[in-house]
Ligand binder design. Structure first.
Ligand SMILES: [Zn+2]
Length: 255
């Protein structure tokens, strides 16, 4: 959902290890190994508007799947590598943007959220946005901190980057390969914690948000694409892709 800037590479690193007992995604699983390098990172979110604070606060407690574990690693309490979430105005239809610029002196990756784009958005819509951006932030930091390992784990991402010359597009392709289902699992955990009773298909559809320009999305059938686009749109703005008001599944956060 955001324009591209910056490039990949630089930094240092060494391998970490942890048990990887989760599911079918080998790369996502490898990523959890990397998270051991990040025992000391933090989420810095005091510059988010108050309307967004409850969502990030709940997301910090997600524990299932690789995305939940990535978030949990970010949420550690000691100083070190940071994920800064801040509020700011973004152009056009862009509601969040993770900078490719890793601040090596403070160890910080920064994501900007345009909360004024969330006026009619539900908590589920904001949560999926934060989860999506957390993957961007994670990939940015991984390639900066441990480029060798990152290049091995995400060889296809690197290939896409060299071919497309667009880091965000390369990230998004990687997300379609390894993170759509992981984002869905994390979002479902969030939804269950909020007391929602929704099909997993809903969460999977939501997980495609920000990825609808990828070839993996384009390859889906028209009816599935329409369903996904409508689901994303309704939670984001309260109307479907035809502009008709529709009931939202989540609760508006009141931004
Ligand atoms: Zn994105």
């Amino acid at each position: 959902v955001e324009p591209s800037d910056g490039d990949l590479g630089g930094g240092f690193g060494s391998g970490g290890s942890t048990e990887c007992n989760n599911r079918n995604s080998r790369d996502a699983c490898d990523l959890i190994d990397f998270s051991d390098l990040w025992e000391d990172e933090r989420i810095i979110d005091q510059n988010l508007r108050p309307c967004m604070q409850p969502v990030i606060s709940d997301i910090k407690n997600l524990g299932q799947g690789s995305v939940g574990r990535i978030i949990q690693r970010f949420a550690g309490s000691t100083p070190g590598y940071n994920w800064e979430l801040t509020d700011g105005r973004l152009a056009g239809g862009i509601n969040a943007h993770t900078s490719q610029n890793y601040n090596s002196s403070t160890g910080t990756v920064t994501t900007t959220f345009d909360s004024y784009k969330f006026t009619n958005s539900t908590d589920l819509s904001v949560a999926r946005t934060i989860l999506h951006e957390s993957i961007h932030a994670y990939l940015v930091a991984y390639f900066r901190l441990d480029p060798l390992s990152a290049s091995q784990t995400f060889a296809q991402l690197l290939q896409d980057y060299f071919q497309l010359q667009d880091v965000n597009a390369a990230h998004h392709n990687e997300m379609t390969r390894n993170f759509v289902n992981e984002i869905a699992i994390a979002l479902q955990e969030y939804g269950i914690n909020k007391g929602y009773n929704l099909d997993f298909e809903f969460y999977q559809d939501m997980a495609w948000a920000g990825l609808t320009t990828t070839s993996a999305f384009q390859a889906l059938s028209e009816s599935v694409k329409n369903r996904i686009n409508n689901t994303i749109q309704v939670e984001l703005v309260g109307v479907d892709t035809n502009g008709n008001p529709q009931a939202q599944r989540g609760s508006r956060i009141g931004c």
